[in-house]
Design a binder for this molecule. Structure first.
Ligand SMILES: [Zn+2]
Length: 273
């Protein structure tokens, strides 16, 4: 059972990934939950975190849509650690990382990689589960063909390709990456390049600006033989991934009705493919 993980969409670029007694949280900027709301709606609460022995909170960078200081209200948890992009200067706790840094946190080996905006992206080798997880932060091919000069476009492409190059040859099992409709026809240029170059096994679109249709459309048409794209579009929506005896027999299961933190019971699992 050690190699089953669950992934919950929280909002925008925020996700929770758990396995047994460990929880990873990425780019959580939702703030305190409204009265009565909980992880089932994609909100993290201190009571929820109590179910885990170890909690690792990642913040790729300090933009308001990726970072909110309320995450430090969880510091009462005895097993919590904060892993932050170098640009976050006001954090009361945690380890800041710059591109190229590698550090070990419990059963995680974390390498910070470049972003094409501020902060970092994270590549995590989760030794307990055997999974490798990538969160892009704001790493993307950010250009707008209508508004940019040719030179700006070339520069954006060069810095994006340079940032992706170190990730080639270390395919992630799960990759979270931006697919942003504000870029118009080029909304998926960065994602498509990233998939072709790094070949993650599961790719989860994020940063889609409230446009679930964009994420779902990308998932429908952009999958490749090696990469399965999964659009999670409702806060709290959760999938489980399990590695089979050999990697080819992997099963993907959806747990739409089951909040994170509940025990996994097969009767609640719908097998998709
Ligand atoms: Zn962003």
């Amino acid at each position: 059972m050690g190699n089953r993980i669950r992934i919950a969409y929280l909002e925008h670029s925020a996700f929770a990934v758990d396995s047994n007694e460990t929880m990873l949280i990425f780019d959580y900027a939702r703030g305190a939950p409204p009265e009565g709301a909980n992880e089932g709606q994609g909100y993290i609460t201190p009571a929820f975190l109590e179910r885990y022995k170890r909690v690792y909170v990642f913040v790729s960078h300090g933009h308001g849509d990726h970072y909110e200081r309320g995450i430090f209200d969880w510091r009462g948890h005895p097993g919590i650690e904060y892993i932050l992009g170098y640009d976050i200067a006001d954090a009361p706790a945690g380890r800041r990382m710059s591109p190229g840094d590698t550090a070990v946190f419990g059963n995680l080996s974390v390498t910070a990689h470049a972003s094409t905006d501020i902060g970092v992206s994270f590549l995590i080798d989760w030794t307990e589960t055997g999974y490798r997880v990538f969160h892009a932060g704001d790493l993307n091919l950010w250009h707008w063909r209508d508004e940019s000069t040719l030179r700006e476009i070339e520069q954006a492409e060069r810095s994006f390709y340079d940032a992706v190059a170190p990730l080639v040859g270390s395919p992630a099992d799960v990759a979270f990456f931006p697919v942003d409709p504000r870029q118009g026809a080029l909304y998926d240029a960065g994602a498509t390049y990233f998939i072709a170059q790094t070949q993650p096994r599961f790719f989860i679109p994020m940063h889609w600006q409230g446009r679930a249709d964009v994420a779902m459309d990308f998932a429908r048409r952009a999958g490749e033989k090696r990469t399965r794209i999964i659009a999670l579009t409702t806060p709290g929506e959760t999938i489980a991934i399990e590695k089979g005896e050999n990697d080819e027999s992997e099963a993907l299961r959806t747990l739409r009705a089951e909040p994170l933190g509940e025990t996994l019971e097969n009767r609640n699992i719908i097998t998709e493919g």
